[in-house]
Ligand binder design. Structure first.
Ligand SMILES: Nc1ncnc2c1ncn2[C@@H]1O[C@H](COP(=O)(O)OP(=O)(O)OP(=O)(O)O)[C@@H](O)[C@H]1O
Length: 256
């Protein structure tokens, strides 16, 4: 029996004025699969991501989460429905401790909203859960520090721990190693590789760096001028002449 996609876009299009930043993109994604969305600057990758997570509304086309049409849902309703997106540090509460940050995500997942002062008994359970996710992200040792005190790489890990605490079915990462040092980047990649081990999860990643693409991708989707140019296994896609052509001048040597 063919597998049901966990998320899919159908003829997804958004126009800004006369310009179609995303143009008729149809593709489906499956549990247990990590897809990297690549393409040159301005190809429409971030815009497509924003359409999927709900920050932008399409001019045409639809988005389905499983069988459910979520095109009209707000970003928060999509998050509740199972789409989790890591934003580049904009979701952190800098003055709260690392633990409190994750605990708030656990509370949000449990449907208790963002209350900092929950009842003591409830708090213990929430704290235990939060510590579990901090352990997964290798951040347990810094649980009591304010988020703002962490180095950039650890803040990005904290963001991933908060994403894990939301227990999404779909994980979306926009350039997860952007701004990281060479020492910090592998830790995030390892964390994403671990997330991928759970076959119920679908992972979407926008990435420019070919070493990251090579390390993680089960599949590559190439956008170009807002259109879907290629979609397939990494070796297959990277060997396509058209794909190599559009990368000429923007890292052709890296594609090789
Ligand atoms: N709010 C907007 N208003 C007008 N044009 C926009 C808007 N957002 C994006 N665009 C245009 O849509 C196109 C796609 O942009 P997008 O940022 O999605 O590309 P990208 O592939 O993510 O690029 P990069 O790799 O540089 O981040 C670009 O031409 C961009 O200028």
């Amino acid at each position: 029996m063919p597998k049901t996609p966990s998320i899919r876009t159908q003829d997804l299009t958004i126009r800004f004025g006369g310009h179609a930043a995303v143009n008729g993109v149809s593709c489906a994604f499956f549990p247990g699969e990590l897809t990297v969305v690549v393409g040159p600057n301005g190809a429409g990758k971030t815009t497509w991501f924003n359409l999927v997570s709900g920050q932008l509304r399409p001019s045409a086309g639809r988005i389905f989460l499983g069988e459910r049409d979520i095109t009209a849902l707000s970003p928060s309703a999509r998050a509740k429905a199972g789409i989790g997106r890591a934003f580049q540090l904009t979701n952190l509460f800098p003055k709260l401790s690392v633990l409190e940050n994750v605990r708030l995500a656990v509370q949000a997942r449990a449907g208790q909203g963002h209350r900092l002062f929950a009842r003591a008994t409830a708090l213990t359970g929430l704290t235990d859960k939060a510590m579990h996710y901090l352990d997964e992200a290798n951040l347990a040792a810094v649980a009591q520090l304010p988020a703002a005190a962490l180095p950039h790489g650890d803040q990005r890990k904290l963001e991933v721990a908060m994403l894990l605490a939301m227990e999404p079915d779909i994980f979306m990462f926009d350039e997860p190693t952007a701004g990281m040092s060479v020492d910090e980047a592998p830790v995030i990649l390892e964390l994403i590789a671990r997330i991928k081990q759970d076959p119920s999860r679908t992972i979407l990643l926008v990435e420019h760096k070919m070493d990251v693409v090579r390390a993680l991708a089960d599949r590559i989707v190439v956008l170009h001028n807002g259109e879907l140019l290629a979609d397939g296994a990494p070796g297959e896609v990277m060997a396509m002449e058209l794909v190599r052509d559009i990368y000429l001048g923007v890292g052709a040597e890296e594609v090789a």
